[in-house]
Design a binder for this molecule. Structure first.
Ligand code: PAF
Length: 280
């Protein structure tokens, strides 16, 4: 059944208050739409432990540091709603922009520490935009559990930190990255790859996977990272923005592997910026 699409916070509130009166637990999956199997896996996970599931769809202008990227972001609400129909979602919250950023909106949620470096260093203001909109969506939906993909690993860490710091009563669940059969992490941006570029795209995961194996086998971290950067470029990417080993718990930079660690990278393929990460 197709879920109702709500545009106004007052309509969402009426619904969530009625659900809470019944004692229902609410789970939320925040998205920017252009849904793929990765998002649908989050919805399936959300469905398991909650009586009511809300999927939010909002292309958040405040997290785009590049206007061209915002303009090109795919907007596919009708097909998104069709994809959600078999998953028994209770409501789609696709707020009008003024429901998130009303006239005179002047608050920014800024998370220090985990948002420094990696994407934070290359996308000024990005994580402030993410933290601000996620805070609003968690409070608006009154969710007790919220689901995020590990593909955006730094984002997941930012969200975990913000709910801890602000005492937002929600459990943040990180779900594994969903990949194509050739290893490419699912991403809405993959739609922008030409067939030739799509064929080259798995080189990013391939390089990270090989580097994780090398580091585990005792290859010095600096050498493994250098080898991985070269492999990404040799695979057809035009630039590696970052490729780093970090603590999986704090995102502190690591010169040697500790348990648990994470390799994270961002690279450009024909002007499309792709990110990925793997555990070490
Ligand atoms: O990961 C995303 O799609 C977005 O960053 C999120 C969490 C929905 C916030 O706009």
């Amino acid at each position: 059944m197709t879920a109702p699409i709500l545009r106004r916070l007052s309509d969402l509130r009426a619904l969530t208050e009625s659900w809470q009166a019944e004692g229902a637990r609410i789970a939320v999956v925040p998205t920017m739409g252009a849904l793929h199997a990765g998002h649908l896996s989050l919805v399936a996970a959300a469905r398991e432990g909650a009586e009511r599931v809300i999927v939010t769809i909002f292309v958040n202008p405040r997290q785009f540091d590049n206007p061209d990227d915002l303009a090109k972001y795919p907007r596919t609400e009708t097909s998104d709603a069709e994809k959600l129909a078999p998953l028994d979602v209770d409501a789609i919250y696709a707020p009008d922009p003024d429901q998130i950023y009303p006239e005179g909106f002047s608050t920014t949620v800024s998370v220090a520490g985990v948002s420094a470096g990696l994407c934070g260093a290359h996308r000024p203001g990005h994580f402030d935009g993410v933290a601000t909109v996620v805070s609003k969506l968690l409070l608006q939906t009154q969710a007790r559990r919220a689901f995020f993909g590990e593909k955006d690993y730094q984002q997941l860490m930012v969200v975990r930190r913000l709910v801890r710091d602000l005492d937002i009563p929600v459990e943040i669940i990180g779900c594994p990255t969903v990949r194509e059969s050739d290893g490419l992490a699912l991403s809405s941006r993959n739609q922008r790859l030409s067939p030739a570029m799509r064929a080259k795209a798995p080189a990013l995961f391939g390089a990270l996977d090989a580097a994780a194996g090398a580091i585990t086998a005792g290859v010095p971290v600096a050498a493994a990272l250098e080898e991985a950067r070269n492999a990404v470029l040799a695979g057809g990417y035009s630039a590696v923005e970052y490729l780093e080993l970090r603590s999986a718990a704090t995102l502190a930079p690591l010169a040697a592997p500790v348990e648990p660690a994470r390799l994270l990278a961002a690279a450009y393929l024909d002007g499309v910026r792709l990110i990925d990460n793997v555990p070490v």
